[in-house]
Design a protein around this ligand. Sequence first.
Ligand code: NAD
Ligand code: KPL
Length: 305
Amino acid sequence: MSSTWHILGAGSLGSLWACRLARAGKAVRLVLRDEQRLAAYEAEGGLTLIEQHQTTQFAIPAQTCEGEGPIHRLLLACKAYDAAPAIARLAPRLAEGAELVLLQNGLGSQDEVAEQAPHARCIFASSTEGAFRERDWQVRFAGQGFNWLGDPGNPGVPEWFGDLSEAGIPAEWSLDILTRLWRKLALNCAINPLTVLYDCQNGGLLGHLPEVDELCVELSTLLRSAGQAQAAENLAEDVQRVIVATAANYSSMYQDVRAGRRTELHYLLGHACNVAARHGQATPGLEHLRQRLVDNLQARNLPSD
Ligand code: NAD
Ligand code: KPL
């Protein structure tokens, strides 16, 4: 089986992974959206990684989705709402038994991807690393963090897993990846929408703790109904800890809204509300929050789905 890492999405996380893997001598190939993006990338000559005060360019080969050759291993590094359409385009190139590493935040997109690629192995990832694009083809590593990868349907560690430590990508194979993704989703639901509605840094929510706590009560009940009791443990305390630890930061949703980008609402709060409805659980606080956020996004002419 080919050992090439195909990486779809030369955005923040995709570029961060691509540069570190290339630096470690791994075979990496970027998969870009179309000929125009490919031409722009080739004119640039590579991806640039800025880490602390070090700036390095990596001339990683690239192709479009319709490029030549089968794909055996793909890091899908786009937003949750782009994941399934991207895989639908790449499906004809996926080799039998291809492995897809899904970097998307939230839940729901992983199942949408699996539907598009029923013969592939889908490995879910949850990342707390931080990166942002300073301009096209240039990424800044902004926050040390960690990556958990796992496959809810198969506990076996992939044979390439050692590539990650060799590339300096901090990662662990997780046997409870769904619990991790649910816990992060719950944290994001309790924090991110309120930062948009109150137009504040995460620390600004210290002035709205009763509202945050009410959301945590509903989220904990939901996690238990969804079979994720472990993800519900001490949720409210953890949310407060994250608010304090990241008090000076703007949440990812706040940053998306401020930059006029679509949010991943559907795969965060939207997913929580949809799962609650499937379990017949009333979640008036979460529903009300979703409606306020939808109204807020619509008032800004941003997509609210
Ligand atoms: P991003 O918007 O910076 O990058 C996504 C890239 O995918 C863009 O360059 C986009 O053009 C590209 N793309 C989309 N569809 C494509 C297609 N069909 N073909 C080729 N390219 C395509 O996003 P990001 O910040 O890297 O986030 C990716 C995921 O990782 C999100 O779910 C996000 O929530 C999660 N995440 C990001 C960070 C971070 O610090 N950036 C941290 C943790 C989790
Ligand atoms: O993950 C986050 C985000 O902003 O997306 C934190 C910092 C935990 C806030 O929810």
